[in-house]
Design a protein around this ligand. Structure first.
Ligand SMILES: [Zn+2]
Ligand SMILES: [Zn+2]
Length: 314
């Protein structure tokens, strides 16, 4: 197939645009769309310093380089954050993840900070896996949220960017419908203002970018990234998430553009309606131990309570 814009051989089909693109035109289109979407959806309106959370995977790595390339046009300063979660389980997962993130910060000439769950907070996901009965993914998710918010504030960032892609969003939305998690759906936007006691705005610049395009782009650009899945990703809770993901992929194969339609409809029509229902000003409390935001009914935030539980066991 020939490129829709020139005579060269196409390397990628963009089904929802009815377009085929050669290597150069794919890269150019991908870069331009990133800037156009960031402006159209006002991701960085009033942002000055953006903390970019990088895990070393293809999505966050690509986002880091796109943001650093576009920082002048978007009028923002970029700083990097990566967390050593202490996930090993015989695979060296966290070590590889941090090394790769750091390599990319250096390539992009971005100032960065590595937060080490083990030495900074005295627990690791491996320890939590052995010492609590919560699924590793749930401890990991809440730890990441806690640490990224705190670290972004410490670095004087007003915005925190994470690398969620279109496929992640389609899966999140679909499973939200299946399990009825309407409140968390109401907060799942491409851009979330600071709320409920937090100081940073949260943005997901790759919200409408399909995973396959990100992977292809990262390879064409030659960015170093890790392919390794987390060693805990085959746990029970994540398996059902993965099945939902597979279902979305097969639907996409039969009806190209389904995920894009689903996520666009959600962001434009469904989420605003949900937000109106769930946006009542929730009372925010402060954790008695760390002072960070918590829900009014909890004296100690969920991060501190897991940390304490593990410390007591040592
Ligand atoms: Zn071309
Ligand atoms: Zn706390």
């Amino acid at each position: 197939m020939k490129c829709s814009l020139c005579d060269k051989e196409a390397v990628r089909e963009i089904p929802y645009m009815k377009m085929y693109l050669c290597r150069e035109h794919f890269i150019e289109w991908f870069d331009q769309r990133f800037i156009r979407d960031s402006k159209r959806y006002r991701l960085f309106e009033n942002s000055k310093r953006v903390a970019v959370a990088v895990s070393g995977g293809k999505d966050s790595t690509t986002m880091l380089h796109l943001l650093s390339q576009a920082s002048k046009q978007l009028n923002i300063e970029i700083v990097g954050l990566t967390i050593d979660l202490g996930i090993d389980n015989g695979t060296g997962y966290s070590r590889k993840s941090v090394e790769t993130a750091v390599k990319n910060f250096e390539i992009a000439h971005v100032k960065y900070k590595v937060i080490d769950l083990g030495s900074d907070y005295n627990f690791t996901i491996d320890k939590a896996k052995r010492g609590t009965n919560r699924p590793a993914c749930s401890v990991c998710g809440l730890s990441k949220r806690y640490i990224l918010n705190a670290a972004a504030e410490e670095m004087d960032a007003d915005t925190l960017a994470t690398g969620h892609n279109l496929d992640d969003m389609a899966q999140f939305i679909f499973s939200g419908y299946v399990y009825g998690n309407l409140e968390s759906l109401s907060r799942n936007s491409m851009v979330n203002p600071p709320e409920r006691g937090y100081c940073v705005k949260k943005v997901k610049p790759l919200f409408f970018t399909p995973e396959g395009e990100i992977l292809h782009y990262a390879i064409l650009r030659g960015y170093p990234f890790i392919y390794d899945p987390c060693p805990y990703s085959s746990e029970f809770g994540s398996v059902s998430q993965e099945r939902i993901g597979d279902m979305m992929k097969s639907m996409e194969a039969k009806m190209p553009g389904t995920m894009m339609n689903m996520v666009k409809t959600f962001e434009k029509q469904i989420r605003p309606a949900l937000h109106d229902i769930y946006s009542r000003d929730e009372d925010v409390g402060r954790c008695k131990l760390c002072g960070r935001p918590t829900t009014k009914d909890r004296e100690i935030c969920s991060f501190c309570s897991i940390k304490n539980k593990l410390a007591a066991k040592q």
